[in-house]
Unconditional design. Structure first.
Length: 133
């Protein structure tokens, strides 16, 4: 079954990590970078995507990081802690196991919240109150 197959893959991955921890640690940065790329096709043969999508994705990542920093300056510490816990759980799972862009989809709603915080705070800082004035 699929559940048995998944359990077999997890066991094999954890066994390999225990047998060669240096190699496993060496893969962590590559997995993290890979999880932020926009390669949704077969990893062995990535599909061609326009270069501007990579720039758009990088901009989104910067907005997410800015939103995390700006949110930490506000008084909503509990909400921030919960959202950061979701991101941290995703990050740990991603770098330990696979590191694929499709795994990023599960945390995109939280990342969008942080990006929205950044856009709103930047808008307020520049005096842009929207169309309503």
């Amino acid at each position: 079954t699929e559940t048995q197959s998944q359990a077999r893959f997890y066991r094999a991955a954890l066994e390999w990590m225990r047998s060669d921890p240096a190699a496993a640690l060496g893969l962590l940065p590559r997995k993290l970078v890979r999880s932020w790329t926009l390669s949704y096709s077969d990893e062995a043969r990535p599909g061609p995507l326009p270069g501007w999508l990579d720039w758009l994705n990088a901009g989104f990542g910067m907005l997410v990081l800015a939103g995390m920093g700006l949110a930490s300056r506000r008084g909503e510490r509990l909400l921030l802690a919960l959202l950061l816990a979701v991101v941290a759980a995703w990050l740990i799972k991603t770098v330990i196991f696979y590191g694929s862009a499709r795994q990023t989809a599960a945390v995109l709603p939280v990342m969008c919240i942080f990006a929205a915080v950044a856009v709103a705070r930047i808008g307020l800082a520049t005096g842009d109150r929207g169309a309503g004035g």
